[in-house]
Ligand binder design. Structure first.
Ligand code: CTP
Ligand code: MG
Length: 226
C-alpha cells in the first residue's frame, strides 16, 4: 500500500513579515509557530514520516524538535520542495503531502477530509476555498479597469497531496522558478488536480496582522476539540 509522507517547506525568510526571525520560528501561543504546524501531522496515525526542509545555514532549528529535518532549502519554495523530495527516500506511488510551515492552523478534521477525498484519486489534489469577494482588475493608478467573474475561482491552500513520482517529475519539468504551488507543476504536465474544500481558518501567516489572527483561530480550534 502507498505510504503517506509529509514535506514541510520551511526555508523562507518571511520578507513580508519583516523582522530578523523567519516567521516559522516566531512565538505563537507560547511555542514556535512551526510546532503548531507540525503537531497535526506528527499525531496522525496514517502519516508515516514528517520531513521539514530548512535552509542549509538555518541556525534556529533545534535538534530535539519534532519532524525529520532536511537542510536543503532552495531559493524558491518550489526549489525547497524539489530538493526535499530528492533527499527523502520514497517509492514512486507513495503520497507526499506538501504543507507550508507558515500554516499553523491546520486541523485533524481538514487532514482527514483531504486524505479521504484523495485516497483513490489518480492524480491527487489540494485543499482550496472558493473565492467569495467580488474581483476587480486594476487598470492603473489605483482605478478599476473591470470586474472579473469569480465563478469557478478557488484560492489554493495546502496540504497539496500528490504521488511522489508525479510530483518530482512535475517540479523538474516546470523548473523551480515558476510554480507557486505543487498543483501548478502537476497542471503543467496536463493533469487536473482535485479541489478539496478547505477552510478559511487554514490561513498562511504572511503579514504581521496574520499572527494575531492565527492566535485567535488556534484558541477557537482548541475550544472545539476539548
Ligand atoms: N519557503 C521555502 N523556501 C523558500 C521560500 C519559501 O521553503 N525559498 C517556504 C516558507 O518557509 C513557507 C512556505 O514556503 O513555509 C510558503 O512561503 P511564503 O509564505 O511565501 O514564505 P516566505 O517566502 O518565507 O515569505 P515571503 O514571501 O514574505 O518572503
Ligand atoms: Mg515567499
Amino acid at each position: 500500500m502507498a505510504r503517506k509522507y509529509v514535506l514541510i517547506p520551511a526555508a523562507g525568510s518571511g520578507s513580508r513579515m519583516g523582522g530578523e526571525l523567519p516567521k516559522q520560528y516566531l512565538p505563537l501561543l507560547g511555542k514556535p509557530l512551526i510546532h503548531h504546524t507540525l503537531s497535526v501531522f506528527c499525531a496522525h496515525p496514517s502519516i508515516e514520516r514528517v520531513f521539514v526542509v530548512i535552509g542549509p545555514d538555518d541556525c534556529h532549528w533545534q535538534s530535539d524538535w519534532p519532524g525529520e529535518v532536511l537542510r536543503c532549502g532552495g531559493a524558491t519554495r518550489a526549489a525547497s520542495v524539489l530538493n526535499g523530495l530528492l533527499h527523502m527516500a520514497a517509492s514512486e506511488d507513495d503520497w507526499v503531502l506538501v504543507h507550508d510551515a507558515a500554516r499553523p492552523c491546520m486541523t485533524r478534521e481538514l487532514l482527514d477530509r483531504l486524505l479521504d477525498a484523495l485516497e483513490d484519486d489518480p492524480v491527487g489534489g489540494l485543499l482550496a476555498v472558493p473565492v467569495a469577494d467580488t474581483l476587480k482588475r486594476e487598470g492603473g493608478a489605483g482605478r478599476i479597469d473591470r470586474t472579473e467573474p469569480r465563478a469557478g475561482l478557488w484560492r489554493a491552500q495546502t496540504p497539496q497531496m500528490f504521488r511522489y513520482g508525479l510530483l518530482r517529475t512535475a517540479l523538474k519539468a516546470m523548473g523551480t522558478e515558476l510554480p507557486t504551488d505543487e498543483a501548478q507543476a502537476v497542471e503543467f504536465l496536463g493533469h487536473a488536480p482535485r479541489l478539496v474544500p478547505g477552510d478559511d481558518r487554514n490561513l498562511k501567516v504572511t503579514y504581521p496582522a496574520d499572527l494575531r489572527m492565527a492566535e485567535l483561530i488556534l484558541k477557537e480550534i482548541w475550544k472545539e476539540i476539548t
